[in-house]
Design a binder for this molecule. Structure first.
Ligand SMILES: Cc1cc2nc3c(=O)[nH]c(=O)nc-3n(C[C@H](O)[C@H](O)[C@H](O)COP(=O)(O)OP(=O)(O)OC[C@H]3O[C@@H](n4cnc5c(N)ncnc54)[C@H](O)[C@@H]3O)c2cc1C
Length: 515
């Protein structure tokens, strides 16, 4: 097979035209194309909206066609999956994307991990999440952050990543094999939606159990036994489990467990993180600005944006985790705190678009000390709760934030528990407000109406972890043999794909060790 790049279709053209377009590019008869597989599809909306494809095709005389521009030999990626005979059972703490994908990789080699997950299975977890979203009753062990599938379960389930790694297609293939639509294999911005990812995760968990993994749900990792720099066992709130290899995949909210690791001498360090708020706009506005006259043809593909600004006080402000056609959701895991995030369904058909707007926080912005970043974030989450006196989020029109005024919202937020008006100028410190003001004015030049037609809902505090469990090239903690920190909580990933990738690569290292 050969690959053909840069095949362009207008939004009003059907995908069935691809074969003709490829044939004309190769100067062959379309009947000679006997197989066509889409490899990549992206929407280029910079000048006029156009879909750009790459495809692999089977045809006659392929070697002769290699002389054409954008044509190459097709190299299918294959993976080595060695079978390992071992009685050893690595332990995994946390069944979010990093722990889940580490476990999937281990069982594919015949290894049977033991997994400890503090939250519940998705069915029961969904009920706890519903109670919080509709009634404001938070279960601090079963919520948007904790439970089967981890933090990405009640999410947009965007599978976007900028990482180039052959294992990215391995992860996308796994999602497809467990029920995701095939488009995610080639879309530049793959998206599943919370309704679909919940079903997929349940199938993945059932597969792990069928392959011999043991999963203890509603059980919390609380301590480690470390002897002479080597991990020996994990202590949970229900038992002690001997283990020489422990993958720590517990996400960025496991503050208490990080403190225990520190007490046991595991090397941790501070890292930069971000804070901010969500903005919401009518999706039609974003579609019109991004797609222009093609907006009516792209109704099923609500537009996204990616915005960046470097402000004069040297801060990076950026849009993050944009959810077209989605909802801002209550995402707290600790009592009396407010945390916002974004979620959408597979159809992305809600009338509002939302995105986090975040500013980078570095060590100069908060107190000294390893856990000062956590304390800074927690203080903001609790300050929001105190200002609101409930789990209703804080909100303000973007225009009012820039003017320093406070008027009724121009439209109600999608945040299910409702919002209270609050001046974010009084919430963040001066330096952060200066950065946000400047960045929002810049964003309004890129998307006219961004200020006038948008509202803020916040705060958003859990986009990244303020510490890192330092590891070496062997993916083990630099001072605790047998301890493998992975994913977002360990400070090595941010998002579903990068966390899953981190888990897979660590599983590979363990598989190599056990061979
Ligand atoms: C609402 C929301 C929407 C998001 N949307 C997207 C998106 O669309 N795309 C994207 O790429 N990213 C998204 N993210 C971010 C993404 O979900 C995370 O980056 C990713 O889940 C991190 O994976 P992880 O495995 O490192 O940790 P987590 O997913 O946080 O999983 C950690 C797991 O460990 C468990 N755990 C914690 N402490 C313990 C303990 N002591 N003992 C036992 N178990 C423990 C937790 O219960 C949890 O299940 C979203 C996040 C949220 C909250």
């Amino acid at each position: 097979m050969i690959t053909v790049k840069n095949i362009r279709l207008r939004p009003d053209e059907k995908e069935s035209l691809l074969k003709e377009k490829i044939a004309s590019k190769l100067k062959i008869d379309s009947k000679d194309i006997t197989e066509l597989v889409i490899l990549h599809r992206s929407l280029d909306a910079r000048k006029e909206a156009v879909f750009v494809y790459e495809a692999a095709v089977k045809t006659k005389n392929e070697n002769k066609l290699l002389k054409h521009k954008d044509v190459n030999k097709y190299q299918k990626i294959t993976y080595q999956i060695p079978l390992v005979k071992t009685e050893e059972r690595p332990l995994i703490i946390g069944l979010g994307p990093s722990g889940l994908f580490a476990a999937l990789k281990l069982v594919s080699s015949g290894i049977k991990p033991i997994i400890i997950e503090r939250g519940k299975r998705i069915k029961q977890r969904s009920e706890d999440v519903r109670r919080f979203m509709e009634e404001g009753i938070l279960n601090s062990e079963s919520n948007v952050q904790y439970g089967e599938g981890g933090a990405g379960t009640f999410s947009d389930a965007k599978l976007t990543t900028r990482i180039k790694d052959p294992y990215i297609s391995y992860i996308l293939d796994a999602f497809v094999n467990f029920g995701a639509k095939t488009e995610i294999r080639y879309d530049a911005h793959p998206h599943i939606g919370t309704d679909e990812i919940r079903k997929i995760i349940v199938r993945m968990t059932d597969h792990l159990i069928a392959k011999g993994a043991t999963i203890y749900f509603e059980e919390r990792a609380e301590d480690l036994i470390i002897e002479n720099g080597k991990v020996k066992a994990l202590i949970t709130n229900k038992r002690t489990i001997a283990a020489e290899k422990i993958i720590i995949a517990c996400g960025h909210s496991a503050y208490e467990f990080f403190k225990t690791l520190y007490k046991r001498g595991v090397y941790l360090e501070n890292k930069d993180f971000s804070v901010g708020f969500r903005v919401e706009h009518p999706q039609d506005l974003i579609d019109l600005r991004q797609y222009k006259e093609y907006a009516p043809y792209l109704k099923k593909m609500p537009a996204e944006y990616f915005l960046r600004a470097k402000t004069t006080n040297n801060k990076g402000v950026y849009s993050f985790c944009m959810c077209p056609g989605g909802f801002v959701i209550p995402s707290s895991c600790d009592q009396e705190t407010i945390v916002t995030n974004g979620m959408s369904y597979s159809l992305r058909d809600h009338h509002l678009a939302n995105s986090a707007i975040l500013v980078q926080i570095d060590k100069n912005d908060y107190d000294e000390g390893l856990f000062a970043g956590f304390e800074y974030l927690h203080a903001l989450e609790h300050k929001a709760y105190e200002a609101s006196t409930s789990y209703k989020a804080l909100s303000q029109n973007i225009k009012d934030y820039l003017d320093g005024s406070l008027n009724k919202l121009i439209f109600p937020s999608s945040y299910s528990l409702g919002t209270v008006l609050y001046d974010f100028n009084k919430f963040f410190d001066q330096k952060l407000n200066d950065s946000f003001h400047e960045a929002l004015s810049h964003f309004d030049k890129l998307i006219p109406g961004f200020i006038e037609k948008g509202i803020m809902v916040g705060p958003e505090t859990k986009s990244s972890c303020p510490i890192r469990i330092k590891r070496g090239a062997d993916r083990m903690s630099i001072n605790t043999c047998g301890l493998y920190p992975v994913g977002e909580g360990a400070g090595y990933a941010g998002g579903i794909m990068s966390s899953a990738l981190d888990g897979v690569k660590t599983a590979d290292e363990i598989i190599n060790n056990l061979q």
